[in-house]
Design a protein around this ligand. Structure first.
Ligand code: ATP
Ligand code: MG
Length: 580
């Protein structure tokens, strides 16, 4: 397909970006110098101190850090000083409950304010914080709390029954705190206590433990798109990378109101809704209600959001809003849009340009990388469909299965030179799994990509998802991007289906835009559309219409599940599946 370029000119880039000259930054960058960006004290630091404490002690003290809007549109505001004090209280409470350094404290809550200050308080205490999506069922909870041997869990009365179902298998869990509980009680050996009762009596003064840069700060089970969730552990010094990447790729500035739509059950919600964003001193909006185009647009208007970080699924859903409600809102506050989590097809970028007058900037990273590694920056031209270029300080390459670097335009494994500060420390209790990520001095991401002659990286697909058909390799992303260009298609997930003649054939699962009728004729029309837009061998020989595509809670299409269903194979771990 022809590459379309969105050029950044003085007309369409109306502000000075934090990274005005990418090439120069790449040439002059050093991690040693970058350390000044976060708060090291005698070689030690604490990610929560860099994110909150230092801003509560400087000119940002009374600035709103968190604008919170709940499911019923109730609203709360917290300044940096408020978050500082209340997270201190939580750290003191952990001390009182005998939670020691490196012990695991898990949070199982929707996006309520308690989640945010408990996370920060846990880091201050030097314990390891873990998060879980509030939609998880008992098995997913048991897997995570069991594997991590969590000692304390913060949750609420509504979610508690799911934990109680598996409590007998969690002998290490000594304490459950309820955000809305009033009466203390016991379940087996576990004490169930009221957070509000205990927190109010704690002092707002706490001396944040300054940690070794290599000490673990938080752990997170990956979204499980391809298999059993892995407990990825991140260290305190990761804040350095989170801070810099938020500054450059998200372009966060002092006066910004920033909205990240991710849940902290997913790494984006930790790195860019708690750590990197607050470290940059931005005011963050957190909305804990359901996705609904009108509500989302209203949030942008009401809070005058300047920087918006969201995901391709959300963008595609907004683009196929049957009511086209975007036209009723004022988006003039928006300055910079970014997207992560899945490949961003060119079509939603064009839709963003039409709707907001701004392009979405795709960026790439993983739970394991702890922060954005490849991105489109405000100062850089966008090649629609490309993930952009490595962050200054990051060496990215395309290598073969033996770790040898490949030439430009050759598809291979997307690999990163280890040593960036937010690289995972380990996979909890799975040292062999951790080791398996590295080959010949490279961190191998598990994604396939290529780099063009200008140094832009292009996503092809997850290694397991690349299709081999009639001797050709076809990336699902390329086919899906072509499919969503079709005016009647909302979303598409593409898999390789075993075929005796061709090795694999391409099968596409498609959801149609509202009001469009399914028909055999439409299938043929779609096939010829793809033949015209893409190479002839890359068209889907089989098409199946679906009302919905299976997705993870972070909004990724689960191609693994589509394939397993198609082949009648066991579907494996589905704990992160959005709906069953
Ligand atoms: P698991 O590793 O357990 O299967 P997961 O890979 O879905 O889960 P995450 O770490 O949340 O868990 O997702 C990272 C993956 O998401 C990347 O490896 C890549 O496949 C995909 N991804 C993220 N951002 C982008 C992007 N901008 N373009 C294309 N793919 C992306
Ligand atoms: Mg992964």
């Amino acid at each position: 397909m022809k590459v379309q370029i969105y050029r950044k000119t003085a007309q369409n880039l109306k502000f000075v970006p934090n990274l005005p000259d990418y090439e120069k930054a790449v040439r002059t960058f050093s991690w040693a110098k970058a350390r000044e960006e976060v708060a090291f004290l005698n070689g030690k630091l604490n990610a929560a101190h860099s994110a909150i404490d230092r801003n509560a002690q400087n000119f940002r003290k009374n600035k709103i850090a968190l604008y919170w809007q709940g499911e019923a549109n109730e609203k709360e505001r917290y300044t940096f000083l408020d978050l500082f004090k209340i997270s201190n209280q939580f750290a003191n409470l952990l001390h009182a409950l005998e939670i020691g350094q490196q012990e695991r404290v898990f949070i199982f809550l929707p996006r309520v304010p308690q989640l945010y200050y408990a996370f920060l308080g846990t880091l201050k205490r030097g314990a390891i914080a873990g998060t879980m999506f509030s939609a998880f069922g008992p098995q997913a909870i048991e897997d995570r709390l069991g594997n991590s041997a969590a000692k304390l869990l913060l949750t609420n009365t509504e979610l508690l029954p799911r934990v109680l179902k598996v409590l007998k298998n969690l002998p290490e869990l000594t304490t459950i705190l309820l955000t809305d509980g009033t009466k203390d009680r016991k379940a087996g050996k576990t004490q169930i206590l009221s957070l509000p009762n205990l927190l109010s009596s704690q002092s707002t003064v706490y001396e944040t433990r300054m940690m070794d840069p290599e000490d673990p700060a938080f752990m997170l089970y990956t979204s499980g798109t391809t298999g059993k969730p892995k407990g990825v552990v991140h260290v305190h010094k990761a804040i350095l990378h989170e801070h810099l990447s938020a500054k450059w790729a998200l372009d966060l500035k002092e006066e910004d109101v920033y909205w990240c739509t991710a849940d902290p059950g997913w790494v984006t919600g930790i790195a860019y809704e708690i750590l990197g964003s607050w470290s940059n001193g931005a005011s963050s909006v957190v909305f804990s209600g359901r996705f609904e185009p009108k509500t989302w647009y209203q949030i942008i208007e009401d809070y005058s959001v300047n920087v918006w970080y969201t995901a391709p699924t959300a963008i595609r859903m907004l683009a196929s809003d049957p009511e086209r409600s975007a036209k009723n809102f004022d988006f003039s506050s928006l300055r910079h849009l970014a997207s992560v989590g899945e490949p961003l097809n060119p079509e939603p970028i064009r839709w963003g340009l039409k709707t907001f007058g701004l392009p979405f900037h795709d960026n790439w990273w993983q739970t394991e990388t702890g922060g954005i590694l490849i991105a489109n920056y405000p100062s850089m031209d966008i090649k629609l469909g490309s993930m952009g270029k490595p962050l200054p300080g990051i060496e990215a390459s395309i290598v073969d299965d033996l770790g040898n670097e490949l030439a430009a335009n050759k598809e291979g494994n997307l690999a990163i030179r280890p040593g960036w500060p937010s690289m995972m420390k380990t996979i909890w209790k799975r040292p062999k799994k951790y080791k398996s990520y590295f080959t010949k001095g490279w961190y191998i991401s598990g994604d396939r990509a290529f780099k063009d002659t200008d140094g832009y990286f292009w996503f092809v697909g997850r290694a397991d998802d690349v299709i081999k058909t009639a001797g050709e390799r076809v990336g699902p992303f390329e086919v899906e991007s072509a499919l969503v260009e079709h005016p009647k298609i909302a979303e598409a997930g593409v898999i390789g289906k075993p075929d005796p003649l061709r090795g694999e054939i391409i099968k596409a699962f498609i959801t149609l835009k509202p009001g469009v009728k399914q028909s055999e004729m439409l299938k043929e029309d779609i096939q010829s559309f793809i033949k015209r837009h893409l190479a002839g061998h890359a068209y889907p020989r089989e098409i199946e219409f679906r009302d919905k595509l299976p997705k993870t809670r972070s909004g990724k299409i689960m191609r693994r599940l589509l394939k397993a269903q198609e082949l009648g194979l066991p579907i494996g771990d589905t704990s992160t599946l959005e709906e069953f």
